[in-house]
Design a protein around this ligand. Structure first.
Ligand SMILES: O=P(O)(O)OC[C@H]1O[C@H](O)[C@H](O)[C@@H](O)[C@@H]1O
Length: 539
């Protein structure tokens, strides 16, 4: 069974939402709150250690009914079943989409082409575990007999962003190993990392699903050449491991077969941190913590699969986002974690969300005439308050935002925590209520200044309060957004799991690279031609 194929704008719910939008467009949330004392309770979902308050949105109970009807009409339930049961829902690439299987319990049965993939998943997990333990305990040594002190992850896109974000987010749980990530083909990146390394005590994890990615192979080769300045070819087996589906290409690179951690084509790059792509996570925080991350994601999978849509966190978040995107015309969404640890969270989500749902052709191959993929951005609070919050509060654009906070701190300094959380709560309150003219006047502002100090309010936010930042809760949080992506892709009737949009630039870059060495080049538009010639003048 493939995915349902329903144009959302043809549904009854969509038409009802259009009508309903006209009624609600100018309604201020402030009034919705004063009209209904139960509002916050009605629009709150408590699940496990998650507390989602979505009451500060421009919605009523009727809005949610229409949105839930939309989910029903596009056959979301069937789509979820189809994904989890291993159907080829990535139809444009002919693949199943089973990152959820990577965090399923051992007893699960998930068939791909008639074969249960779970035993193979657990074989690789065992390999990750024993390798991790050997490195951490110093049983695995470098070519001069010293234990490893540094790990360098070489990858890009999904083979970099996930592990990098998780390692950064879980640095509180980190062990003695120092980790670096090299991704950019800009030589400065690899150069700066190399400066900090000792070849005798550094382990290199080359991560590439395809093992054809220019950036990763260039960086891996540069590092290998640097390594061979002090070590010999035989030592590569001790210091280089790889994660890939392309076992042949890894062997050709010179990595020992024993050092290959396989992955599968049913794991999309941007959803792959749960596979061996997460090896650097496991090395940095230990296998047990890596496994807790997976357990958390699995709990979210179960919640997503089994909970009615009205209390299903990823579904509700996805529907609200559709409401703003497709009816209010909002183009962007901010993700604001009130945790410095989640510094890279929005960057990570950018790939997941924008690579998945940045599509303009529906599942029939037809051009679509409604908005898809949201633009995602964000930075941790409170820093972001002092940077771009002005525009959210008083600018002309509607920017729905997710506020993510943790009730308990990891540092244990309650003074800092109270200050952080007071800001976390105050911002969504301010965005909701704003400040009226009479309030500004009462504060004694000069008349001429009054208009500049008015806050319109009515700015939507979701508050996601989680008990504590742990590997498990982080796993839930990431999986929550993964499922939100899926739900939106189903509603927009697009294929969320391919990424053909990244190919054209790659092809042209390869062509231009060759042209740097050829005498005459004149097959470009005049702008590109001039720029290319300008650069050639320097090489
Ligand atoms: O893991 P790799 O095969 O090296 O791919 C790395 C990345 O590059 C591609 O261009 C895609 O846009 C990403 O989805 C992918 O994660």
């Amino acid at each position: 069974m493939s995915l349902p194929n329903i144009n959302p704008t043809d549904t009854k719910a969509w038409k009802n939402l259009e009508k309903h939008y006209n009624e609600l467009e100018t309604v201020h949330m402030k009034n919705l709150f004063s009209m209904d004392k139960q509002r916050a309770d009605k629009f709150t979902i408590k699940w496990d250690d998650f507390y989602l308050d979505y009451s500060k949105n421009r919605i009523t109970e009727e809005t949610m009914l229409h949105l839930l009807k939309l989910a029903e009409e596009v056959k979301l339930k069937e789509a979820i079943q189809s994904q989890f049961s291993g159907n080829i829902i990535n139809q444009t690439e002919g693949r199943a989409v089973l990152h959820s299987a990577l965090r399923a319990p051992k007893s699960a049965v998930v068939n791909v082409a008639g074969e249960n993939i779970i035993p193979e998943v657990y074989n690789v997990k065992r390999k990750i575990e024993s390798f991790t333990n050997d490195v951490i305990e110093g049983k695995r040594e470098g070519y001069t007999g010293k234990p490893f002190t540094h790990v360098v992850n070489i990858g890009i896109g999904g083979s970099d962003l996930g592990p990098a974000m998780v390692v950064d987010s879980l640095q509180f749980y980190k062990n003695h190993l120092t980790t670096y990530f090299v991704s950019n083909v800009d030589g400065d990146h690899v150069n700066e990392v190399i400066k900090k390394l000792n070849p005798e005590t550094t382990l290199f994890v080359v991560v590439s699903k395809t093992f054809t990615t220019q950036e990763t192979l260039s960086n891996a080769n540069t590092i290998k050449d640097w390594f061979l300045q002090s070590a010999s070819k035989e030592d590569i087996a001790k210091h280089f491991v790889a994660v890939s589906t392309n076992l042949e290409a890894v062997k050709n690179f010179g990595i020992d077969q024993k050092n290959i951690f396989p992955m599968w084509d049913w794991v999309g790059g941007r959803f792959s941190l749960w596979s061996a792509v997460g090896l650097t996570i496991s090395l940095a925080v230990g296998y047990n913590n890596f496994n807790s991350l997976l357990r958390g994601a699995n709990k979210m999978d179960e919640h997503f699969k089994n909970t009615d849509f009205e209390s299903n966190i990823p579904v509700v978040l996805a529907l609200i986002s559709i409401w703003y995107n497709n009816f209010f015309g909002a183009e962007t969404e901010a993700v604001i974690p009130y945790s410095q640890y989640l510094n890279q969270f929005a960057t990570y989500l950018q790939q997941g969300i924008m690579e998945s749902n940045g599509k303009s052709v529906d599942r029939n191959g037809n051009q679509i005439d409604y908005q898809t993929g949201t633009i995602i951005w964000g930075e941790p609070g409170t820093n972001s308050q002092h940077a771009f919050f002005q525009l959210i509060h008083q600018g002309t654009k509607l920017i729905p935002a997710d506020f993510i906070g943790f009730v308990k701190s990891l540092h244990g300094n309650q003074d800092h925590q109270d200050k952080l959380i007071s800001n976390f709560l105050a911002q969504t309150e301010a965005l909701l209520n704003g400040k009226t003219e009479s309030q500004v006047v009462d504060e004694g502002s000069k008349e001429i200044i009054v208009p500049f100090k008015i806050f319109e309010g009515n700015k939507p936010t979701n508050t996601i309060f989680v008990n504590k930042l742990s590997p498990e809760s982080l796993g839930k949080l990431i999986a929550m957004y993964e499922h939100k992506i899926f739900v939106q892709g189903v509603i927009w009737n697009i294929f969320s799991y391919d990424q053909f949009g990244v190919e054209l630039g790659k092809q042209l870059a390869n062509k231009i690279l060759q042209e740097f060495n050829s005498e005459t080049v004149n097959n470009h538009d005049s702008s590109t031609q001039n720029l290319l010639n300008y650069y050639k003048g320097f090489i």
